[in-house]
Design a protein around this ligand. Structure first.
Ligand SMILES: *[C@@H]1O[C@H](CO)[C@@H](O)[C@H](O)[C@H]1NC(C)=O
Ligand SMILES: *[C@@H]1O[C@H](CO)[C@@H](O)[C@H](O)[C@H]1NC(C)=O
Ligand SMILES: *[C@@H]1O[C@H](CO)[C@@H](O)[C@H](O)[C@H]1NC(C)=O
Ligand SMILES: *[C@@H]1O[C@H](CO)[C@@H](O)[C@H](O)[C@H]1NC(C)=O
Ligand SMILES: *[C@@H]1O[C@H](CO)[C@@H](O)[C@H](O)[C@H]1NC(C)=O
Ligand SMILES: *[C@@H]1O[C@H](CO)[C@@H](O)[C@H](O)[C@H]1NC(C)=O
Ligand SMILES: *[C@@H]1O[C@H](CO)[C@@H](O)[C@H](O)[C@H]1NC(C)=O
Ligand SMILES: *[C@@H]1O[C@H](CO)[C@@H](O)[C@H](O)[C@H]1NC(C)=O
Length: 291
């Protein structure tokens, strides 16, 4: 009893510790004989070598099976989203509102469109996308026949937007009451909008409210068609020079000069009634011109 309760002095504890480090009686170092230390070290070395090997093998297998040209995890998105330019987003909706008598106001709108169309510059497209595409059918490419192991992409130039190209009228109609908007559909890798290329997707804009304020709707290119030769898209690495086909829409505003518009890309495989994604297959915006 007494020995158990007996408090050990500091010197004794140090002595115990010293014996633990090197016990000359049993010849152990930190509780193990040098021979046992060698064995246990070898064991751990072998263990970590095997673990590292397994890990490297797993990484290598993963890298080997990844195809750099297509993402392995495409998001659930099956139907593309649609956007409108000028992309002037208000609280919730897109509101394209401008003042025809305030130069700064309409210049702001045309500036957005000029910047947006920069990649579509005629000379730039001629240079980047020299391939002579066959319009009217899907441009399926099995091989990488373009320079630097890439695939060709079809040119889409500003001129194809006619009166809304910003070339003849650099204001895009914003200095008066005939504003142009540009509709773009997001890219989806390997997506074909229709089962056959005979009925290509086209943009159809309808006036949801203020019908009496819109006299005329014009589409550029003709009929608002997105030519099938721009599909499918093969990805950024395979088609570095790809540009989305665009459709410009010109509204002739009259009367109160305001309307709520829905522009939809119409196609067999593009849905537009997804309540969870209001931008799927269509875009809704307010158009308003003031004086
Ligand atoms: C449009 O701009 C003109 C000139 O700056 C200004 O007088 C007018 O009040 C503006 N109209 C509206 C509705 O803001
Ligand atoms: C296209 O680019 C060329 C050269 O950069 C430029 O001179 C021309 O004005 C541009 N065209 C348009 C419509 O912006
Ligand atoms: C723009 O594209 C159209 C259609 O591909 C082509 O006919 C036209 O020559 C192009 N314009 C320029 C300036 O490259
Ligand atoms: C191919 O790649 C090289 C090196 O990145 C580049 O210098 C060359 O301009 C590329 N050729 C084409 C046609 O893009
Ligand atoms: C708008 O600009 C175009 C091109 O610069 C010009 O032809 C037209 O007369 C202008 N319209 C008004 C109302 O200023
Ligand atoms: C096109 O394909 C969709 C599904 O991929 C199918 O529901 C539809 O019936 C097809 N339409 C035609 C005309 O083949
Ligand atoms: C565009 O949509 C409207 C409303 O859904 C429809 O009445 C019209 O026929 C469509 N136009 C075309 C060319 O499909
Ligand atoms: C535009 O649509 C009309 C009517 O559907 C058709 O007759 C015409 O050929 C189309 N034009 C083009 C360039 O697709």
């Amino acid at each position: 009893m007494a020995t158990l309760k007996e408090k050990r002095t500091c010197g004794q504890r140090c002595e115990d510790f010293g014996r633990f480090i090197w016990n000359s009686e049993n010849g152990t170092f930190m509780g193990r004989t040098p021979e046992k230390w060698v064995y246990i070290s070898l064991y751990y070395v072998a263990f970590y070598v095997v673990m590292t090997g397994l890990f490297s093998l797993a990484v290598w297998v993963l890298m080997y099976t990844l195809n750099p040209y297509t993402p392995d995890y495409q998001d659930r998105l099956k139907s593309p989203g649609v956007m409108v330019w000028p992309d002037t987003y208000g609280e919730e909706d897109v509101t394209i509102s401008y003042n025809t008598s305030d130069k700064a106001s309409w210049m702001g709108m045309s500036k957005i469109l000029h910047e947006f169309l920069e990649p579509y510059n005629d000379t730039k497209q001629l240079h980047c996308n020299p391939y002579d595409c066959t319009m009217g059918k899907y441009f399926i490419q099995k091989s990488f026949s373009a320079p630097n192991h890439t695939k060709w992409a079809c040119a889409f130039n500003q001129s194809m937007l006619g009166a809304c190209s910003g070339i003849e009228d650099p204001t895009f109609g914003y200095n008066c009451t005939m504003p142009c908007v540009i509709i773009k559909m997001n890219r989806i890798i390997d997506f074909l909008p229709t089962n056959s290329s005979s009925a290509p997707p086209y943009v159809n804009c309808t006036i949801l409210s203020g019908q009496e304020n819109v006299d005329k709707i014009e589409y550029f290119p003709t009929n608002g068609t997105m030519d099938p030769s721009y599909f499918p898209y093969y990805g950024k690495l395979a088609q570095p020079t790809y540009v989305n086909p665009l459709v410009a829409v010109r509204f002739s505003l009259v009367g109160k000069k305001q309307a709520k518009v829905q522009c939809r890309v119409v196609s067999e495989k593009i849905s537009y009634e997804n309540i969870h994604d209001p931008y799927e297959g269509k875009v809704i915006f307010y158009l308003k011109a003031v004086k």
